[in-house]
Write a protein that binds this ligand. Sequence first.
Ligand code: PMP
Length: 287
Amino acid sequence: MATDIVYLNGEFMPLEEARIPVLDRGFIFGDGVYEVIPVYSRHLFRLPEHLQRLQHSLDGIRLANPLTDAEWTKLAHDIVARNQGDDQSVYLQITRGVARRAHEFPGHVKPTVFMMSSPLVTPPREQVEKGVACITATDFRWLKCDIKSVSLLGNCLLKQLSVDAGAAEVVMFRDGCLTEASASNVFVVRSGVLLAPPKNHLILPGITYDVVLELAAANKIPLDVREVPEHEARTAQEIWLTSSTREVLAVTSLDGRTIGDGKPGAVFRRMHALYQDYKQTVMRRAA
Ligand code: PMP
């Protein structure tokens, strides 16, 4: 297997050689933010939007952006070029840097900047055609879920609940309304209308979420961005997960109860096709 080449604080190196000090605030406090950018045919999908969200996350933790968008763009292209495979998943992380352990921000510390790339793993055909099972849980995470923070313990605990139950994801509710899943956004379809929880501090503003909303609007799929009460989600005809690596995936059972007729619904099939077409168009334009 070819060695992964990663970037750490100004240098490219094999993954095995990348080291950070134990006092890095990412390790000690989870004090950092990250992004995951899918790469199709060596094209970084929606990179400007990912960089915009990165800036939002950095602003949210009061950390200055260590690089310009042009520098991030060059770095991301370099990482893709140095790694194998046309379809990749680029991960980047910035932490507040290395300092003696104290909760308050350290003065004048250089942030740690890390980037790596892995092969992109999208859902197997069977999952796309049959849908996946999900469970539900109370969303017990903090109230700044719009920040793509590396402090993912809440998301990890929640995700493990779904793994323990043999399910693909955990769909979450807070105060009686749908929020998102542990690593994806959630949409529902009721009476032919696509419903999406609004972007606020309770969910991550997904890049795929935006693509789905844009495709729905452009293709006259009725759409309503509003709070989705729990009972409306549970009795929806369709439920979808969206994320950069899952793309758009149908949920066909929730807590063991069948959603719709137990197969991915008509609106899902339309959106899935639109999403694949959109990806092809973007890649053709970039070629
Ligand atoms: N919500 C959470 C909690 C996530 O972790 C993710 C993806 N990592 C998403 C939503 C989907 O975001 P995107 O479409 O940008 O991948």
